[in-house]
Structures are given as C-alpha cells and as structure tokens.
Design a binder for this molecule. Sequence first.
Ligand SMILES: *[C@@H]1O[C@H](CO)[C@@H](O)[C@H](O)[C@H]1NC(C)=O
Ligand SMILES: *[C@@H]1O[C@H](CO)[C@@H](O)[C@H](O)[C@H]1NC(C)=O
Length: 343
Amino acid sequence: MAGFSIAAILVLTILVAKEIEGGAAGSCNIYEGNWIYDPSLPVYNPADCPFLENREFDCQKNGRPDKNYLHYRWQPSACNLPRFDGKEFLERLRGKTLMFVGDSLSLNQWQSLTCMLHTAVPQAPYISNKIGGLSNFTFPDYKVSLLFSRNAYLVDIRSEQIGRVMYIDSVEDSRGLWEQMDMLIFDSWHWWIHTGKDQIWEFIREGNATYKDMNRLVAYEKAMKTWAKWANSVDPKKKNLIFQAVSPDHASKPKTCLGATTPLPGPSPKGSSHPAEAVLERVLRGAKEVYLLDITGLSKLRIDAHPSVYGFGGSKFPDCSHWCLPGVPDVWNQLLYTSLIPN
Ligand SMILES: *[C@@H]1O[C@H](CO)[C@@H](O)[C@H](O)[C@H]1NC(C)=O
Ligand SMILES: *[C@@H]1O[C@H](CO)[C@@H](O)[C@H](O)[C@H]1NC(C)=O
C-alpha cells in the first residue's frame, strides 16, 4: 500500500459504495433493513474506556435496569454488513487524521468510535486530551488521530458589540482547522431549533444585512449551502467528506422514548420524513463529493435506545435525543467503516 495515497483509496471506495447503493440489480442499500436481536452484542464495555468524556451516554452506569436494547444489530435487507474490525480499520487509517465536526450527536458517534477502536487494540497506547472545544484521541503507534470539534452550526459565530452574530454565509473561522484533516464527518441540525437561553447567538448576518431571527429551516438551508460551497472547493482526491444525516429524536408526545425497551418494528421508513433531512438531502445533491451517512431511517426505529431518564437530566429532563453507548452510534460507525471498505 506504501506509495499509494490512502485518501485516494478512501475516495475510490466511497465511489464504489455509492455505486453499490445505486440501484443496479442485486445491489444493496446498507441503510435499508431491520434490527435483529443478537445476544453476542454489544461489542464493547464502556468501563474499558476510561477516557470517555461524557458519562451521560453510559446508560447502564446511570442505572438503566433493562438490557435488551444493548443487543440489536443492524441487518440490511439485501446483504450482510462486514464485522467491524478495529485493528484493520486503524491499519487503513495509518498516518491519517479523522475529525468529527458538529454537535453532541457528533460527540456521541466520536465517543463510540474511540471506544470501539480502543477495545479492538487494548494494548496500543493512546493520548486523549481536550483543549477548548477540540477533543483529540490519538493512537501514536498508528499515527492516527480521531478528533471531535464542537461546532453546532458549522457557520461562524462571532462576538460583537451588539451581541453574538451568526455569519450564515461564512465558514472562514473553521475551515483552516478542517483543511488540516484527511477525513471529516460533519453533522448539524439540533441546535437550529433552540431558542431562549439555549440559543447561542443574538443576530444572523447575511451579506450586509442583519436579522434578529429567521425561519429556522430557511436559516438551516442557507448555512448548509454555505458549508456545501466550501465542500465543493475541497480537492476530493485529498480529503473524504462525510455528512452524518439528521439523527431522529423521540421526544414528541404522545409516543416518546420514556419506558421504551424494544425497537419499533422495521423495515426502516423510506424517504425524507424529517423536514431537516429533506433540506440536507437537497443541499447535498449540490455537493457532489460528499458521502451522506444516511442513518435517519434506521435510527428512527430505535425508540428504545435513548438515555431517557438515565442521562444527566434524570427524570426531570429525560433525554430522547442522544443515544446510549453501547448502542446506535456503534452501528453508525459500522456503516461508516463499511462504506469506506475496499473490495
Ligand atoms: C492530537 O494529539 C496528537 C498527540 O498528542 C498530536 O500529535 C496532534 O498534533 C494533535 N492534533 C491536533 C489537531 O491538535
Ligand atoms: C456591503 O457593504 C460594503 C461596505 O460598506 C459595500 O462596499 C458593499 O457594496 C455592500 N454590499 C451590498 C450587497 O450592499
């Protein structure tokens, strides 16, 4: 493999993966399928990953009494997923940097991946640190860094005299960091609906115009288009760009995640039933080299897999948005691994 760029192989294999999904006879859409009970799961014990930053996701540790939700694997209808081989994945990533950029759903997936890889090579030393909003988990033996950059909106937010201003047409403050990486996995949605004290900006600026607020789906589309414009400026031979699709929550009444202990029956719902997901799909059609990790439909079935009252908020603020670890984000990583696999 020496001499041949891993990035090029990754790009190639993403193209292959896209083709597999393309709908030719006998092809397989890995995002269409069912959840199957599998007692051999989960693949790791979070207690073996002392570096995990956020104990909110360790639902068993937080007292969740039922264990059924830990034992589901994702089974595509038309093919089998390869087993996640962490050691092989690290070999393939050797010398590379991979960064998750986004909100706490991105943190959820990054945290899952670091634990999946560490438990695959428990003897390999690691360095884990966090400086400001940047978390860095590195395997020095493999020269692989897995980073998480907290950035809920992807576009710039700057503190000014009038307050915090979101520059909806700029990613200038972040692109320098992104462009140092070999592979990037983005996500953004959940913060767009925040208002009141959970809203971390006061104004939106577009061109020379400043707005107090905007329809949030419209604002989201503008920001994602800004991001896509940047994505199109990146040389696809040098970088892999992946977008984590909208992670569905189960917070709306009447049927919330509270008390749910089994998945909803499959198969996964087809199409863009989530309004933000529809926006994202539309924007990403204009970003040709971006691979959509299309986890919305399959995750929608996992009403049982959220922290619920076994997160930090307890029964006062049940969490039907994030996912318990081990759990659904492990499958997102298995799908990420699958879509990057050469064959
Ligand atoms: C991540 O940590 C490794 C090991 O300490 C370091 O070599 C690397 O420069 C860090 N990466 C970033 C982007 O800070
Ligand atoms: C925005 O403001 C700058 C500086 O005042 C000005 O030169 C430019 O023409 C303005 N652009 C628009 C679209 O109004």
